[in-house]
Design a protein around this ligand. Structure first.
Ligand SMILES: Cc1ncc(COP(=O)(O)O)c(C=O)c1O
Length: 462
């Protein structure tokens, strides 16, 4: 039987938003985005498949140049270490290294990756709570800046120094309460309870270690720049105390990362209303540091080198995820939903942020509250629980924006293959910087014991 029913759109009622802002900031109007750095999104998806991660080389360079300029114009001696864990795809790291960034690594894997990309040991900052003796010995040998996290690591380093009859310059990681951020007390040595000063004394008693630097990373997505002012003041008081008590000479202060990116934390106001500009962080950090070290430099001591390890603020807005609709449904409660080909296994930060979502085609129809599911056969695979979108159809494309930080490192190969990652270069050329997985890539590490090999079936009719 043929139907002569015409296709139509179900009537809907949408709430009227007065003016441009509602009580949570901007109204959630989806906008349309047809290209990334001049390259059509449809062309990208057709050439490289969907889903697809796209990184903008232009944006990466722009971000890191802006950071260097903001800090170097305000402070005489600045080192920036690219936080590998934020995105350690080789092309991303190399872009930053070409711009003058060191590598900031937190594991043997990340250390080895930085070395394999040609970063010399003396331009590697080695943080983290887990550094086995072999990688520490290599890092010592190659002249890396080692930031000690705990006493056991301190003893291991001392033993390495003794074995090599060498004095190793080291830094210690500090933790403390800034009054503006929840203290991350699991990393490093605590100032308030005296652990940190004890560690400094222990180092000064050692014939094989020399304390030269202080490090702290006070948290992430820090919106209140006063936290950095407090961080500097506390670290500088500790620097003076440690120098006076132990005779060490501190030549560098590493302020870690933590600058907020252009994303909107769930339950927060939109980023454009609350995220400080990089120059605002720079002003607070550099002005405070110059102020609190004024006496020190007047006494003839050198200005400490300022080290920064900003992660998400450098890469988030350089990354986008193109995804396509594979099915649409109306839920029993009347809401629209769509199943996308990208799920939470690719978008770890979807649990934290309301990433901006744009349509790759002109919006048509009335926007309605929509649930976006991923392709995983898991109830938890909800890419966005609620977003206002016009009706979606199969093969429609969406762009999930500002996904450059922590997704290409924390993503999971779970149920689905992980897709291609491409970089759009400054000249508009596009290249694959991580090839999509296939069965061979996913199973290459597996081994089948002899008796489980194909052809060795144990069956009753053998
Ligand atoms: C030691 C250290 N430095 C830098 C970073 C980068 O942080 P963010 O992405 O918040 O800038 C991290 C992240 O956890 C870190 O642990």
């Amino acid at each position: 039987m043929t139907s002569n029913k015409k296709n139509g759109t179900r009537p809907t009622i949408t709430s009227h938003v007065m003016g441009e802002l509602n009580k949570l900031g901007c109204s959630d109007t989806p906008t349309h985005l047809s290209e990334i750095d001049g390259v059509l999104i449809d062309d990208l998806a057709e050439r490289f498949g969907s889903p697809l991660f796209v990184l903008s080389e232009r944006k990466l360079r722009e971000n890191v140049r802006r950071l260097f300029s903001a800090f170097q114009t305000r402070y005489p001696d600045v080192i920036y270490g690219w936080s590998y864990k934020t995105n350690y795809l080789g092309a991303v790291c190399q872009t930053f290294h070409q711009e003058g960034a060191w590598a900031e690594v937190v594991s043997a894997f990340e250390y080895e990756k930085a070395r394999s990309l040609g970063v010399p040991g003396h331009r590697i900052i080695f943080n983290g709570p887990h550094k086995k003796r072999a990688i520490l010995a290599q890092a010592v040998n190659e002249g890396a800046r080692i930031h000690i996290d705990n006493l056991d690591e301190l003893y291991t380093l001392e033993a390495i120094g003794a074995a090599n009859e060498k004095v190793i310059p080291v830094a210690i990681r500090l933790n403390f309460d800034t009054g503006f951020t929840a203290p991350w007390s699991r990393f490093g040595f605590n100032i308030e309870n005296g652990q940190a000063l004890e560690a400094a004394r222990r180092i000064s008693d050692s014939s094989y270690l020399k304390l030269c630097g202080l490090h702290s990373h006070i948290g992430t997505f820090i919106l209140d720049t006063r936290a950095y002012e407090a961080q500097i003041r506390i670290m500088c008081v500790f620097m003076e105390t440690a120098e006076a008590e132990t005779g060490c000479e501190i030549d560098s202060l590493d302020m870690g990362g933590g600058f907020a990116s252009c994303n909107s934390l769930q339950g927060n106001l939109p980023s454009e209303q609350i995220v400080p500009e990089i120059e605002q962080y720079a002003r607070v950090i550099c002005d405070t540091l110059l102020e609190v070290t004024r006496d020190r430099t007047a006494r003839g001591k050198p200005q400490p080198t300022l080290i920064l390890e900003s992660g998400r603020a450098m890469v988030d807005d350089a990354g986008s995820l193109i995804t396509s609709v594979v099915a649409t449904k109306h839920l029993p409660d009347g809401r629209r939903s769509a199943v996308l080909d990208a799920g939470v296994n690719l978008l770890f930060t979807g649990f934290l942020y309301n990433h901006p979502i744009k349509l790759a085609q002109e919006p048509q129809g009335i926007p309605e509250d929509t649930v976006l599911y991923g392709p995983l056969c898991m109830n938890t695979d909800v890419v966005r629980a609620s977003v206002s979108l016009p009706p979606l159809g199969i093969n429609d494309r969406l762009v999930i924006m500002s996904v450059g930080a922590y997704n290409n490192t924390q993503w999971l190969q779970f149920i689905e293959y992980r897709p291609n990652v491409v970089m759009v270069h400054e000249d508009g050329e596009v290249s694959v910087i991580r090839v999509a997985e296939d069965l061979q890539a996913v199973t290459v590490q597996e081994r089948l014991p002899e008796h489980l090999r194909i052809g060795h079936q144990v069956s009753s009719d053998q």
